[in-house]
Ligand binder design. Structure first.
Ligand SMILES: Cc1cc2nc3c(=O)[nH]c(=O)nc-3n(C[C@H](O)[C@H](O)[C@H](O)COP(=O)(O)OP(=O)(O)OC[C@H]3O[C@@H](n4cnc5c(N)ncnc54)[C@H](O)[C@@H]3O)c2cc1C
Length: 445
């Protein structure tokens, strides 16, 4: 078949490679000047930075992990790291996940966290129902101490909203939930490991996370057109036209609010739902520093408190690969979320760096480079109406004859490995269409 894929992020190029391997003629249409979307990286001299915050290769899904490592050039072309993540809790470095690191808090805070955790545990065991909102969920699952000392301030900082206005439907698998035994062990000083499927990760030795995208495009056997903003997609019977060119099938991976205008047949009520799908945006600050001594072995650190500045997470990016920074230097990524209101400038940048200095990540006089990259589509706004809204939107797409997937192409809170898994599912679906000629509806598990 002749297949058009809209969007050249990892979802689009992964699917293109898979479909080309099945013998289809595939064209990827990408708006930006090069592919990669949120997985892109950039260079400043000898520094390499990821554009949308720190990205790592990890997965519970072994075939997908192997596929991603192969696209990075094989395991030998990557750096394998044992995760070392912390929370900057006032003047302490507390191991992450917080429940597994509770023994590192003050004695008073340990008591408050453990007492709240046990109370919440008993409430759940005696039938307390899971609240529909995220604030309620935090108290129901973690208890009042963990809520106050980390979960609420951190999540308010990243989501930029009252957590009562957020749904709890998305947390499964995304927010670490330690068993009570782990919390009790940690409280008496026996450290435990949480979120174990991510305890080891990989990163391309050269070129940043984008190397995985380049390894997907190179030798992929498909056509990639960059600098193309898709404007009009139409269907008549079982034929499709994209900006006037005919295709047998069209697959979208572009963020839905950015592409709805190209689909004239979309009903007005579905279009209104798509326009209400707002993202959370992310300014990623890329910082290069001169080093007198090696950086601590941290992978990344969470900053829950307002007095630590606007940054919610700092990645020790030169720890991912020694080639991310020149000799004698190190690098950080500082992530700052916003809801479209932030306009970074030089003064704002100085404020971010100064706050990281106060939180003892760096000394401002070490800084040799500070730049930023604003990513409009970074996280999904999980408001209370989101689940019903996205269900209506997906229903239209899944009956339309088009296929849509991707982090914002389907509004699934997916990492790149899950995007690749979805691409493999779409490949199966396209095989079924090719075999039967029937435009069967895609089935996503
Ligand atoms: C802060 C942060 C940290 C993350 N960390 C990790 C991690 O550690 N590991 C991991 O695996 N994943 C991580 N992710 C998730 C990962 O970035 C995404 O899952 C993945 O990049 C999504 O790819 P995509 O192709 O679905 O979407 P996108 O990357 O958004 O691609 C969509 C593409 O569509 C293009 N486009 C837009 N409009 C048009 C148009 N009109 N016509 C044509 N093209 C258009 C865009 O330019 C873009 O290239 C992280 C994400 C964030 C925000």
């Amino acid at each position: 078949m002749k297949i058009a894929i809209l969007g050249g992020g990892i979802s689009g190029v992964a699917l293109a490679r898979l479909l080309a391997a099945d013998g289809h003629r595939v064209t990827v249409l990408e708006h930006a000047e090069r592919p990669g979307g949120l997985c892109r990286s950039r260079r400043y001299g000898e520094f390499v930075f990821d554009e949308a915050g720190g990205h790592i290769v990890f997965s519970k899904d072994k075939p997908v992990l192997d596929w991603q490592l192969a696209r990075c050039g094989g395991e030998a072309a990557t750096v394998r790291t044992q995760r070392c993540t912390k929370i900057r809790w006032h003047d302490r470095w507390v191991p992450y996940p917080f429940e597994n690191g509770v023994g590192h808090l003050t004695k008073q805070a340990i008591v408050e966290c453990v007492a709240g955790y046990v109370e919440a545990y008993v409430q759940r065991r005696t039938g307390a129902p899971c609240p529909p909102d995220f604030h309620g969920w935090i108290h129901w699952r973690m208890g009042d101490g963990f809520a106050r000392h980390f979960m609420v301030p951190y999540n308010e900082k990243i989501w930029k909203c009252d957590l009562r206005a957020m749904s709890s439907g998305w947390v499964a698998g995304r927010v670490p939930e330690a068993p009570i035994e782990d919390v009790l062990k940690s409280a008496v000083g026996l450290d435990t490991e949480g979120y174990v499927h991510q305890s080891v990760f990989w990163f391309p030795r050269h070129g940043g996370f984008e190397t995985m995208v380049r390894g997907t495009v190179d030798g992929g056997g498909f056509e990639l057109q960059c600098g193309v903003a898709v404007r009009r997609v139409e269907r008549s019977g079982d034929r499709f036209r994209v900006d006037g060119t005919e295709f047998d099938l069209v697959v979208n991976t572009v963020p839905l609010p950015q592409i709805e205008g190209a689909f004239p047949e979309m009903p007005a009520d579905v279009r209104a739902d798509v326009r209400a799908l707002r993202p959370i945006s992310l300014v990623n600050v890329m910082i290069g520093v001169r080093l007198d001594e090696p950086l601590p072995p941290h992978s990344w650190v969470y900053l829950p408190f307002p007095e630590q500045g606007p940054t919610n997470r700092v990645t020790y990016f030169s720890n991912y690969s020694p080639h991310n920074a020149p000799a004698g230097h190190g690098s950080f990524l500082a992530e700052v979320t916003h809801r479209g209101e932030l306009r970074p400038d030089a003064a704002w940048l100085r404020g971010v760096v100064a706050a990281l200095g106060r939180a003892v990540f760096l000394r401002p006089e070490q800084v040799v480079l500070a730049e930023w990259c604003d990513n409009e589509y970074a996280y999904i706004d999980q408001d209370l109406a989101f689940a019903e809204r996205i269900a209506r939107v997906r229903r239209w797409w899944d009956h339309s004859g088009y296929i849509t997937f991707g982090r914002f192409g389907r509004y699934e809170y997916h990492n790149s490995d899950q995007c690749v898994r979805r691409a493999m599912q779409v490949q199966e679906h396209v095989r079924a269409i090719a075999a039967t000629g029937e435009p069967a509806r895609p089935r996503f598990a």
